[in-house]
Design a protein around this ligand. Structure first.
Ligand code: SAM
Length: 285
């Protein structure tokens, strides 16, 4: 299958060729009999072969048109397998995963150039997931486990940490791929939590607070927050004081719990403002 064609660097095509690693990923995915499975980037099928063999619902999203066409043809008589020939970043995952109330298992050796973006997309559909087993560039994986106040700590650490328990399964060395990437990779398990790690009040507000805090790492937290849209309704200086968080700190020093605290108070301010605006007289007849 398309094996003769050169792997495309632009699509992050580092194909797994190490059977031991492949077996360990499938084992780590711990797929239950009736669980629907989403694979992002099946590539030459290292993982797909095993996922398809179990005979359950399987959705493959592949941006390489030739590979997508291959899978579409291979599974044309199997209504349990759907092949989506598209950029996963353009796929409405929420709609896709809402076809069943069963929770999905996501398995992927992610293309490294878009892995962070894909993580954000998967974070947004955490409530539809049972588990994810993802291979990432080790550096990206390390970020997810980084503590506050270190350069690896960032938006992915805080957002994914809110909703997932993340554990390292094993490290994969470049020789397990063709072609070999320049860096090590890591396989991680993501188990969605029944409740978030901290109460954030409003997830949109939380996302805005976290993203803005890391947007300009050299600026103080207060300055970062003041440049958000929310600053129209939220008095950030007063709110920082209420939360006993020093606005001169850098955003990257805040723990997830501190982000949650800020977000809860900001969400209150936003909702109070919305109620006030609704209650205001609309004009005199
Ligand atoms: N799963 C295979 C394996 O483990 O050998 C292939 C993994 S390879 C690292 C990444 C795969 O993702 C490739 O098949 C590539 O064509 C596909 N891909 C790259 N960018 C994509 C995108 N934006 N949307 C969907 N698939 C993409």
């Amino acid at each position: 299958m398309c094996a003769a064609r050169r792997p495309l660097k632009s699509l992050g095509q580092n194909f797994l060729v190490d059977q031991n690693v492949i077996d360990k990923i499938i084992q780590a995915a711990h797929i239950q009999p009736d669980q629907p499975v989403l694979e992002i980037g099946p590539g030459r099928g290292a993982l797909t072969k095993h996922l398809a063999k179990r005979g359950g619902r399987l959705v493959l999203v592949e941006f390489d048109h030739a590979l997508a066409a291959f899978y579409r043809d291979q599974h044309k008589d199997n209504s349990l397998v759907t092949v989506i020939d598209a950029d996963v970043l353009k796929v409405d995952l929420d709609t896709l995963l809402s076809e069943t109330s069963a929770k999905w298992n996501v398995v992927a050796n992610l293309p490294y150039n878009i892995s962070t973006e894909v993580l954000f997309r998967l974070y947004a559909v955490h409530n539809r997931l049972a588990r994810m087993t993802l291979m990432l560039q080790k550096e990206v994986g390390d970020r997810l486990a980084a503590p506050p106040d270190c350069s690896a700590y960032g938006v992915t650490t805080v957002l994914l940490g809110l909703w997932f328990d993340i554990s390292r399964v094993f490290i994969v060395h470049p020789g397990s791929f063709h072609p070999s990437p320049k860096v090590d990779s890591v396989v991680l398990n993501f188990i969605p939590r029944p409740e978030p790690r901290a109460e954030v009040g409003d997830e949109d507000v939380f996302r805005t607070v976290v993203k803005s805090a890391f947007a300009m790492r050299r600026k103080t937290l207060a300055n970062c927050l003041k440049s958000t849209e929310l600053a129209k309704t939220v008095d950030w200086m007063a709110l920082l004081e209420v939360c006993a968080i020093d606005g001169r700190r850098r955003g990257e020093t805040l723990s997830l719990e501190e982000f949650a605290l800020l977000s809860r108070h900001a969400a209150d301010a936003v909702h109070t403002d919305a109620v006030r605006q609704k209650g205001e007289p609309q004009g005199v007849l």
